[in-house]
Design a protein around this ligand. Structure first.
Ligand SMILES: [Fe+2]
Length: 269
């Protein structure tokens, strides 16, 4: 079954991902070694630091495919964007300067700032869905406001967004809290698929195989097939249906170590 990675920073020199063609080829080899057959190249755009124009990303992706083919690496790459929620997003869409996950523009990777869910997020999600775009919120488990209050994601799922969990979040690379949060989203069906979000950086490597294996162990082979199938559907622009449930309210308990510090609480899933 094809393994589609819908989020990675493999294009060289245009964001905080690969710095060179050599690094891009190294990442391509790592992707294949991890079982990936198709990769959407998704450099950051509109995040205040990087704006990558659509035509530049397309050209660079074509060049990468050429070099991948010459190196005999069995990987197919497509151009995409990881689009930061920002005031410039509407203008970027109006100017046809945004790349989607699929050719017909049904799905778009939407990145929130890492430390908050801005108050205008709902408004932007509404505007995107009115345009026929399904935003895919990338790594909600790594957003500190959502991590502190995971029910927050539901407001957006109710509006029709999808959510992508980073494979290495679920394997535990970012710590237990993010791993546990990922598992909770998976358990209640709020995540549609994994992606690598690979960068050429320490601790940002491919972990798709490990995450998918862990998923099969914890939730069964059918769940793994569903995730693989959902990623394929997204890149093909086909509908993805999520049968998700609301998260139960977290329980807060005070542990023995801090019984005298009444304001210190620990989250228990
Ligand atoms: Fe990313």
């Amino acid at each position: 079954m094809p393994v589609v990675d819908l989020h990675c920073h493999i294009l060289p020199g245009i964001d905080d991902g690969s710095k060179s063609w050599e690094a891009s080829l190294k990442l391509a080899r790592a992707a294949v070694a991890d079982g990936v057959t198709h990769a959407l190249c998704t450099p950051h755009t509109l995040n205040g630091r990087y704006t990558n124009h659509k035509q530049d990303v397309i050209k660079l992706t074509e060049e990468l495919q050429h070099r991948i083919d010459q190196a005999g690496i069995p990987l197919t790459v497509f151009p995409g964007h990881e689009v930061r929620l920002s005031g410039g997003l509407t203008e970027g869409l109006d100017n046809d300067d945004i790349l989607f996950c699929d050719e017909d523009g049904h799905y778009m990777l939407l990145e929130l700032p890492s430390n908050e869910v801005p108050h205008y997020t709902k408004n932007m999600v509404y505007k995107l869905t009115r345009r026929g775009i399904t935003p895919i919120i990338v790594h909600p488990e790594r957003n500190s406001e959502i991590l502190a209050n995971p029910q927050k994601l539901q407001e957006f799922l109710e509006m029709g967004v999808l959510a992508q969990i980073t494979a290495s979040s679920y394997t535990g690379l970012f710590g237990k809290e993010i791993e546990d949060c990922s598992r909770e989203f998976i358990k209640v069906g709020q995540c549609a698929f994994f992606a690598s979000d690979a960068h050429d950086l320490p601790r940002r490597e491919y972990q798709m195989h490990a995450a998918l294996d862990k998923l099969a162990k914890e939730f069964g082979e059918d769940k793994k097939k569903e995730y693989l199938s959902n990623a394929q559907k997204v890149i093909n622009g086909e509908p993805v249906h999520l049968d998700w449930q609301p998260l139960k309210k977290r329980k807060y308990i005070c542990c023995a170590n801090c019984k005298n510090k009444l304001n210190t609480y620990h989250n228990i899933w």
